[in-house]
Design a protein around this ligand. Sequence first.
Ligand SMILES: NC(=O)c1ccc[n+]([C@@H]2O[C@H](COP(=O)([O-])OP(=O)(O)OC[C@H]3O[C@@H](n4cnc5c(N)ncnc54)[C@H](O)[C@@H]3O)[C@@H](O)[C@H]2O)c1
Ligand SMILES: N[C@H](CO)Cc1c[nH]c[nH+]1
Ligand SMILES: [Zn+2]
Length: 422
Amino acid sequence: MQIIPYPDRSEWPALLARPTQSMANIEKAVAPILEQVQKEGDAALRALALKFDKIDLTEIAMPPATLAAAEASLTEELKAAIRQAYANIRKFHETQYQPVQKIETMSGVTCWRRSVGIEKVGLYIPGGSAPLFSTVLMLGVPAQLAGCKEIVLCTPSDHPAILYAAQLVGVTKIFRIGGAQAIAAMAYGTESVPKVYKIFGPGNQYVTAAKMLLAKEGVAIDMPAGPSEVAVYADGSAVPAFVAADLLSQAEHGADSQVLLVSTDKKFLASVNLTLSTQLEALPRKELARKAIENSKAILVEDEAEAIDLLNEYAAEHLILSVSNAEEISERIINAGSIFLGNYTPESCGDYASGTNHTLPTNGHARAYSGVSLDSFVKKITVQHITPEGLKALGPTVEAMAEAESLQAHKRAVSLRLSSLK
Ligand SMILES: NC(=O)c1ccc[n+]([C@@H]2O[C@H](COP(=O)([O-])OP(=O)(O)OC[C@H]3O[C@@H](n4cnc5c(N)ncnc54)[C@H](O)[C@@H]3O)[C@@H](O)[C@H]2O)c1
Ligand SMILES: N[C@H](CO)Cc1c[nH]c[nH+]1
Ligand SMILES: [Zn+2]
C-alpha cells in the first residue's frame, strides 16, 4: 500500500476520493438498462441476464425445486452458523422497536407515533462475484421484524445458502435476476416481478447507480451502499497482522473497494505493509484484492487530533479503531457507518454475525446516512386527539397563526368548533 507521509489538509479531498467510476459514466451505462426493463419487462430481464450474467433465464422466479433442495444441500455446520447469525441479528434489531408513547403537549391535546411496516419491500442480494447470503439476514431480519407483508428478493445467484436464509427470514418471492435490471424490475414491476414500495440492499456500482437514478424518479431506497470499504486507525497497541487481515477482508470484495490505514507511527505502517503482502499472496481472490490495494493508502498523520479530522472527512463505511483509547476516540467520530473497537473486534464479525447490520453507506455517504435498521422498514404515522377542552386551549394559537398566514379556511376549521363550544 502506498504510504503518504503527512499530507497537507488541502490534499485530503483528492487523497480520500474513492476509486469508483464517475457517477456520470455509470449512469450512462445504467439508464438504458432501466428504460429497457420499464418498456419490455420480462423480455428485457431475459436479454440482460444473458448479456451480463451469461444465464439463460427461462424461469425468472426461482424454481420451486431449487428452493426445496436448498436446505438439504448445506452442511449442518453452515446451517448452524446461519441460525446463530440470524439469532444475533434478530436480538440486536429487536431492541430497535419503539413503543408507542402518548404525549400530552397541552391539557387535552394528545399526540403519538405508530410504526407500521412497509407493505411491499424489495431486497437485492449481491451475487456477482460472491453469493452474499449474509445480506439476506441483514435485510430480511428487519423486514420480518417490521411486519412487511410482501418481501421480494432478487439475486443473480442461486446459491443454496441464499435460498435457505431467505426461507428463514420469510421472503415471499425470489427472482434469479441481478444488477441494475433487478433494481428496475422491483421499481417498475414486470409480468413476473411485483413492483415494491421501497428497495433495499447493497451491490456493485451498477446496482447502486440504478438505485440512485430511481430515487431521482421518486422510488424509495434505503441508501447508496456500494463497493465495500474500511478505514483503520492504529497505534502501537495494534497488531500489524490483524490490521493487514482486516484491510484485506474488505479489499477482497472487489477491485473497486478501497481500504485506508491511518497512524501516527511510520514504523507501524511499514510493518502492516510487509505482512499485508504475504497475506495477500495466500488469498484465492488475490487479484481482486491486489487491485483494491493499489487504490488504497496508508496515511501518516501528525497526531491523534489530525487522525480524527481525517477519518471524519473520509466518512468510512467501516471504521476500525485499533488504538488503546478506542472507545474514547469513537465518541469523537461523527462520520462513519459502523465502528469496531480494539484488537479483537474484526470487521468480519459485523459482516456476518455479531448482530449489527452490514448494509451501510459507502463513498462518503456516511456523512448523512445511517446503515439499515428496523427503522428503514417502517413508516412512522403520527396520530393526535384533541378534546373540546384541549381545543379551547389550543384553538386561539392556531387561529392567530392561520390569520397571519392569510389562510382563512384553516382558521375557520377551528373557529367554527370553538363557537359551537360556547
Ligand atoms: N455497502 C454495503 O453495505 C455492502 C454490503 C455487501 C456488499 N457490498 C458490495 O456489493 C458489491 C457486490 O458486487 P458484485 O459485482 O459481486 O455483485 P452484484 O450482485 O452487486 O452485481 C452483479 C450484477 O452486476 C451486473 N453487471 C456486471 N457487469 C455489468 C456491466 N458491465 N454493466 C451493467 N451491469 C453489469 C450483472 O447483471 C450482475 O448480475 C461489491 O462491490 C461489495 O463490495 C456492499
Ligand atoms: N463487507 C460487506 C459490507 O460492506 C458485507 C459482507 C458480506 N459478506 C462479507 N462481507
Ligand atoms: Zn465484507
